[in-house]
Design a protein around this ligand. Structure first.
Ligand code: ZN
Ligand code: ZN
Length: 496
């Protein structure tokens, strides 16, 4: 067989096993009875190992070596080799027995973290955190880096990003956001929300989510909506991209926005060009770009006035208790700013500050400037400076996120980058699509989705995030779009 054909066949094998793994993951988090968890873990472990072995197989190394010298390959074939080759070299750099020790330690750290969070006992978690930091630093050494070991870790989630660049984005952003949030609180008029109190059946909330997902163009012929404690979206393969959500009986909006968020992730995956299937390119360009799509549909669309002009009648029909409540009142209520302790409950104004804090701490841990034992104090101090709220117990502070216990360092910034990219990309869409708001007011989101398909979705991983943003918008990534969006929108809502 020709080397190129053999290379592609190898990737298809990885893709098919990956598809089976995704389905097992989806089942595990939505359907699987408790009694089946243990065996399932073994099955997933076995399949994961098979995929990993294929990803570092000697023959794959030979294909890459030969093909990287070959002329006349298509842009997609080159991109595939860039992505697959990088994963190959990174995976190959990790000694298998080191990886196995890490996986066992991470599983113990996660279990202990759960207990420590329950009891709000940081000291219980501390030795495991120290161990996870040690592993992460070792991973960085194996992967290699130019300036900071943190760069080797963030590369996994946001290719091409460095801690130096992140700091350059974060510093000015913080200088704008911290005083703006203070002004909102001290001088602003908060939106009315009392009218949202009540009990709202999950069946009706589900019907609301289904209507919202249909409206934005999620294809139910190529997906489905299920419940999960921690909502997620998973691509089983082309033609099968599933979303999950969760509903709170005392909050009619939370589940709706969770569905729109996951719907945004799903629109991205549903829009990746079918020809990229199983080429190593059939995923989002990065975690940050993926998050830009979920945030866009959740916040820039779902929390906008045009959306509520369209959605108000549907909302009122589902919950007649709200009849007579104008669209604008619902829109304002969906945009309350509330500096709080918990990241996953944060609004779009304060969210990035939660991420900045985590970035600064985890970068310090990886470079050795910060010791794990100092984290609770540093956390409280930063929360006070950034958001003016201080956790009384570590469960609401340094112990709140699962990421570090699973050895995920360098992951958090993608949430912030998603927010930044989303407003920059949306600003471009508004410039280029005539009457975008008027379409949204009528519940017609096809012009936006078509534009996103054309500019973002179909490319999958062909371009690295920075290049993609530049292709989409004609500009380098620029956080001032986010600042402008936030200041304009919330000055109006809070009547500054
Ligand atoms: Zn997985
Ligand atoms: Zn997301």
């Amino acid at each position: 067989m020709d080397t190129l054909a053999a290379y592609k066949e190898h990737l298809r094998d990885i893709g098919k096993l990956g598809s089976a793994l995704s389905l097992l993951h989806w089942d595990q988090r939505t359907q699987l009875p408790n009694g089946g968890q243990e065996t399932r873990a073994e099955v997933v472990g076995k399949l994961t190992k098979m995929v990993f072995e294929l990803s570092i197989a000697d023959e794959l190394g030979r294909y890459l070596e030969e093909l990287e010298k070959r002329e006349g390959l298509s842009e997609e074939e080159r991109a595939s080799m860039r992505v697959v080759g990088k994963a190959y070299r990174r995976n190959k750099a990790i000694p298998p027995d080191f990886y196995e020790r890490f996986a066992i330690a991470a599983s113990k750290a996660e279990t202990t973290w759960e207990k420590a969070k329950e009891r709000s006992d940081f000291l219980l978690f501390r030795p495991h955190l120290e161990e996870m930091v040690e592993y992460a630093r070792q991973f960085a050494e194996y992967y290699g880096y130019e300036e900071s070991p943190y760069d080797a870790l963030i590369e996994e989630y946001e290719p091409g990003m460095t801690s130096r660049e992140l700091r350059a984005v974060i510093e000015p952003l913080r200088q704008e956001l911290v005083p703006f949030i203070k002004r909102l609180q001290e001088e602003g008029t908060p939106p009315e929300t009392d009218f949202l109190r009540g009990t709202f059946s999950k069946e009706e909330q589900r019907s609301l989510s289904l209507q919202a997902l249909r409206a934005i163009g999620y294809d139910f012929d190529a997906g489905r909506l299920d419940l999960a404690v921690h909502p997620f979206t998973i691509s089983i393969g082309p033609g099968d991209v599933r979303v999950t959500t969760r509903f709170l009986v005392d909050d009619p909006l939370s589940g709706l926005f969770s569905s729109l968020h996951e719907g945004g992730h799903a629109l991205y995956d549903q829009g990746i060009a079918p020809k990229l299937r199983w080429t190593g390119l059939d995923e989002g360009a990065s975690y940050g770009i993926h998050e830009s799509q979920s945030r866009m549909w959740e916040n820039l669309v779902g929390r906008s006035l045009p959306f509520w002009d369209f959605f108000q009648p549907i909302f009122v029909e589902t919950f007649p208790a709200f009849s007579g409540v104008p669209a604008e009142t619902l829109y304002r209520a969906a945009n309350v700013v509330n500096p709080s302790l918990i990241r996953v409950e944060a609004d779009e104004v304060t969210y990035n500050l939660h991420i900045m804090l985590r970035f600064e701490l985890e970068e310090g841990l990886i470079t050795g400037k910060i010791a794990a034992g100092d984290l609770p104090d540093l956390w409280r101090d930063a929360m006070d400076r950034y958001l003016g709220v201080v956790p009384e117990k570590d469960a609401d502070g340094v112990l709140q996120d699962v990421h570090w216990s699973s050895g995920l360092f360098g992951y958090f910034p993608s949430y912030m980058l998603g927010n930044l990219y989303s407003s920059q990309i949306f600003a471009c869409a508004q410039k280029e699509i005539p009457d975008l708001d008027a379409h949204s007011t009528r519940g017609d989101f096809a012009p936006l989705l078509t534009w996103l398909r054309e500019r973002v979705h179909r490319f999958g991983m062909i371009y690295e995030p920075k290049d993609l943003v530049k292709r989409i918008t004609g500009e380098n990534p620029d956080s001032s779009y986010f600042v402008r969006y936030i200041e304009e929108k919330y000055s109006q809502i809070y009547k500054l």
